[in-house]
Ligand binder design. Structure first.
Ligand code: TXA
Ligand code: MG
Length: 323
């Protein structure tokens, strides 16, 4: 059974060690308990999706301990900094433009040009992020489709051994997920209502607020190049997104895929490691999405564990690409 450990100097250092090593920690925040991973480590972020049993890669909230740390991952104009100074630390998540050269994993924001950023009020959460020295990705610490946990016991009940350690700091004071405000348009728009209201933010409220999951509002990353799934060989002019060995993969009309130039072949994971593949997915799709490629041929990914989420994204990419 996963250990529940009360917040102390020692347990904070231990939790930071778990996160540094690519593990998952149940993290207390004032809203709900989060399932934390290093936001710069794609394989660790992939473990979040697997632990939650999420069938697709929804973008996650990145937690920081200061506005300065937020500025390392997102571009903020003066209005956005004003909003942050008024409501942070607190239960407000801002959708901001992702900084071009940030060290964030692509998987954290599901390949989108934006990133959700939050500076939590919970002191222990901020202490943990500071001790780590990197930002922390954390959705609510529950299985997909079940209630967000507001006590450490609820985290154990929902996730069991899928989480390496739970940092306990009592029941959450807010108990409701943070307000999500999209700042990328002309007027700030509340995508998910929470403790901080649209009125307080001077924001509009998204009209379709009957939609339960703000995730449904998102445009997902879609390549311009057609995507062909479950490829067993490739055609002339196609690029290859490989999984596992390409030793026996041929090019129709002659030639071996292994001899393709680096710009035309990307390896999701040579050792068929699904976590590594998930971490590389969006970046490599983007790399291969070039007008000189007729299509992106993708080798089959097993429909198990985090592979289910990878295939969900690949199928969407195959459907939405402009053919
Ligand atoms: O209170 C909270 O926000 C908790 C604690 C742990 O901080 N976290 C949380 O995370 O509720 P999660 O992953 O369950 O919800 C994140 C929400 C989702 O609805 C997601 O669609 C939205 O934020 N989101 C994340 N990144 C986004 C983006 N780039 N654009 C639009 N929406 C985004
Ligand atoms: Mg949630």
């Amino acid at each position: 059974m996963t250990e529940i450990i009360s917040v102390s100097k020692d347990s904070l250092a231990r939790a930071a060690g778990v996160l540094r090593a690519g593990g998952l920690v149940g993290m207390p925040t004032e809203t709900v308990y989060g399932l934390a991973a290093n936001a710069q480590d794609g394989a660790a972020v992939a473990r979040i999706f697997e632990a939650k049993g999420r069938p697709s890669f929804n973008p996650l909230i990145v937690h920081v301990h200061s506005i300065d740390e937020a500025l390392e991952i997102a571009d903020m104009n003066s209005q956005e900094i004003d909003l942050a100074e008024r409501f942070w630390p607190g239960p407000l998540t801002m959708i901001l433009k992702r900084r071009k050269n940030s060290k964030l994993s692509d998987l954290v924001s599901a390949g989108l040009p934006t990133v959700a950023v939050r500076l939590p009020a919970q002191k222990s959460a901020r202490a943990l992020i500071r001790a780590c020295g990197f930002p922390i990705a954390a959705p609510s610490a529950n299985k997909s489709g079940s209630l967000s946990p507001t006590t450490p016991q609820m985290v154990v009940q929902s996730l069991g051994d899928a989480v390496d350690m739970i940092l306990a700091d009592g029941a959450c004071s807010v108990g409701l997920e943070s307000t999500v405000v999209d700042c990328s348009g002309d007027v700030p728009m509340v995508l998910r209502p929470g403790g901080i209201t649209a009125e307080e933010l001077g924001a509009d409220y998204y009209e379709g607020n009957e939609i339960k999951s703000p995730g449904q509002l998102l445009k997902h990353y879609a390549p311009d190049t057609p995507v062909r799934l479950n490829a067993v060989d490739i055609c002339e002019g196609e690029a290859l997104l490989s999984f596992g060995s390409v030793k026996f993969m041929g090019i129709r009309g002659g030639g071996a895929a292994a001899d393709l130039p680096d710009t035309q072949i990307k390896h999701l994971s040579e050792h068929a490691d699904l976590y590594e593949a998930a971490a590389n997915l969006f970046m490599m799709l983007k790399d291969l999405d070039r007008p000189e490629h007729k299509a992106i041929a993708v080798m089959a990914i097993p429909e198990v564990g985090v592979g289910v989420a990878i295939n969900d994204r690949l199928r969407r990419a195959a459907l939405s690409a402009k053919v």
